[in-house]
Design a protein. Structure first.
Length: 336
């Protein structure tokens, strides 16, 4: 294969394989969430570990290495800018579009909670219990006023406020907010576009194929984790799931083709623009991981006090995803 053929081959392989791997989770995630909820949640935590390693272990060192020397002190600042950009967008969306439906839902939950509290106080006075006051007073608002317990929680605790401090603030964030999936798709697509651009700018066919293996190994893992994450969102239909995965899959292929076309672009522009975009993408991935995916999955299981081991399982899968991606990044980085 000559240079052009190897680049076109790499573009096709990366696009088709990542599209297939990303669509596969949608075939079982809907039923799996009902039948094996902890398993699906563990896969999402595995994906969070992969995204965390991609952001901190893979992207940030690349930014430090590729950014010009005169700007090397700004690598971490640019990285944090990506984090804060998505944070600002998230708050703007919530400010203008609000959570009126969720507020009404929590208001109804609060009314039901007051009704159950009155019933429990009557039961306690009739049963003759000595403890008349909860550890967390009903009149004082807890850290998260939208805390709501399931029926299983009420049965376990006699409808008392839970005394475990860690469960007071473990509320599921607004994971259906458009910025969560939007930021994830944009960040990953930019990252894959830039990686494809590196392959497209390569001048030797054997080096192109070597980079193909390096990029494909971790892109397929990310594609699968992205597919699981999208499948866990009820508002995303199969069509939207396919479109999102298609956008992500086209990223590397478009980068390779763009690298073939813009090989005559001035080197100074590429040396500055690519690290900036890479740093912004890394910071965006960090925000999605630590502010959206992990808090949501932890909140889903920490509210169920009868499944205390679920948090340990989730932590293990986060470590597993982080460790796997770190090994792939370091090992394939030495090869390439």
């Amino acid at each position: 294969m000559n240079l052009s053929q190897s680049k076109l081959f790499s573009a096709i392989i990366l696009g088709v394989s990542s599209l297939f791997v990303g669509v596969v989770p949608n075939c079982f995630a809907q039923q799996g969430r009902r039948r094996w909820p902890l398993f699906i949640s563990s896969l999402l935590c595995f994906g969070a570990g992969v995204l965390l390693a991609t952001s901190v272990v893979h992207i940030l060192p690349e930014v430090r290495e590729s950014i010009p020397v005169q700007y090397e002190n700004y690598a971490e600042i640019l990285y944090c800018c990506g984090f804060f950009i998505l944070y600002i967008i998230d708050e703007i969306v919530h400010y203008f579009y609000g959570d009126s439906e969720e507020a009404n839902l929590f208001h109804n939950h609060g009314n039901n909670h007051d009704h159950h509290r009155r019933q429990s106080q009557q039961l306690k006075s009739s049963y003759g219990t000595a403890e008349r006051h909860n550890l967390l007073h009903a009149e004082s608002a807890p850290y998260n006023p939208s805390f709501y317990r399931t029926r299983s929680d009420s049965a376990l605790f006699g409808d008392q406020q839970p005394s475990q401090l860690c469960h007071v603030g473990h509320q599921e964030p607004c994971h259906n907010a458009p910025t969560a999936n939007f930021g994830l798709i944009v960040a990953l697509s930019i990252h894959e576009l830039l990686e494809g651009l590196v392959v497209g700018l390569e001048t030797k066919p054997e080096k192109v194929l070597l980079l193909l293996g390096a990029v494909a190994s971790h892109k397929l893992v990310i594609s699968f984790c992205l597919g699981v994450e999208l499948s866990s969102t009820p508002l995303i239909s199969c069509t939207r799931h396919f479109i999102y995965i298609l956008i992500f899959s086209v990223g590397s292929a478009a980068g390779i083709i763009a690298g073939m076309i813009v090989s005559d672009v001035p080197g100074g522009f590429k040396n500055v623009a690519m690290p900036i975009l890479q740093a912004l993408a890394g910071g965006t991935l960090l925000y999605v991981t630590v502010s959206e995916v992990l808090p949501r999955e932890r909140a889903r299981w920490h509210q169920q006090h009868d499944r205390k081991s679920a948090g340990v399982v989730q932590l293990f899968f986060v470590f597993l995803g982080f460790g796997l991606m770190t090994l792939l990044t370091n090992y394939l980085g030495r090869i390439s």
